[in-house]
Ligand binder design. Structure first.
Ligand code: BTN
Length: 225
């Protein structure tokens, strides 16, 4: 069970979660928000929360090394894809944190942030933005689950995501769990075998980094933040 705070409006559920994590938020806290005014994406980008979109953030206090915090993005992507699969909705993962509709439009993003003291991981914040129901104002270039047949409202969808997410969060430190997630994601990858900014994505390494071959044939690993 998650300890929940449901808000009508806020700047960013991840910013609130970081502030709550610095205080007394328990492991497995969840903040949801109907309207996010300053949603944040990876690499300092803005995240526009549309009317028919979900915005929510978890606070976990996992017993894992700080270097492994970034792997939680891939575990979260696995949980989301599995939940969508149960609803007969096909989506793909674009390494490391985007979910795409089969036509390539992005329908969800994950922003994982760590709250640490020195080199000790105090908490991990996992923010999820997911476009559910398109409205007349929704930009065409954004993918929505309603574009591929989802007819429920966003609150319903959130409920169906929680148990797969909780299952995966509860298994973070279980041997073999991350390897399972990677093999699941490799089957549903929009990245592997495709050109990316600095080459061709060849594989996802066992630590979750991306194996890339550049135009000179040099192979290196790209790590997520
Ligand atoms: C990305 O694609 O760059 C990640 C987007 C993450 C957006 C979500 S919405 C809920 C949570 N609060 C934020 O400010 N960001 C994340």
């Amino acid at each position: 069970m998650f300890v929940r705070q449901n808000l009508t409006t806020c700047d960013s559920t991840n910013s609130l979660a970081l502030a709550w994590a610095a205080q007394d938020a328990p492991h497995k806290s969840l903040i949801t928000c109907d309207v996010q005014t300053h949603g944040r994406g990876r690499q300092g980008r803005d995240w526009l929360t549309c009317f028919g979109s979900l915005a929510f953030s978890f606070i976990l206090r996992p017993q894992i090394e700080i270097e492994k915090a970034a792997q939680i993005t891939l575990v979260t992507a696995t949980a989301l894809l599995q939940a969508l699969e149960t609803l007969k909705l096909d989506a793909l993962v674009k390494w490391p944190n985007d979910l795409l509709l089969p036509d390539g439009r992005k329908c969800a993003g994950i922003l994982t942030e760590a709250h640490s003291t020195g080199d000790k991981l105090d908490a991990v914040i996992i923010g999820i933005g997911l476009n559910v129901q398109r409205t007349t104002e929704s930009p065409h270039e954004y993918g929505f689950l309603s574009d591929i047949g989802y007819v429920g409202v966003k609150a319903e969808l959130l409920e169906s995501l929680l148990s797969p997410l909780e299952f995966h969060f509860d298994h973070l430190d279980q041997p073999g769990h991350f390897a399972f997630c990677l093999s699941y994601l490799k089957e549903r990858s929009a990245t592997l075998g495709k050109p990316i900014s600095n080459g061709i994505a060849l594989d996802i390494n066992p630590d979750g980094s991306l194996l890339v071959q550049d135009s000179q044939g040099k192979i290196s690993s790209m790590h997520t933040t």
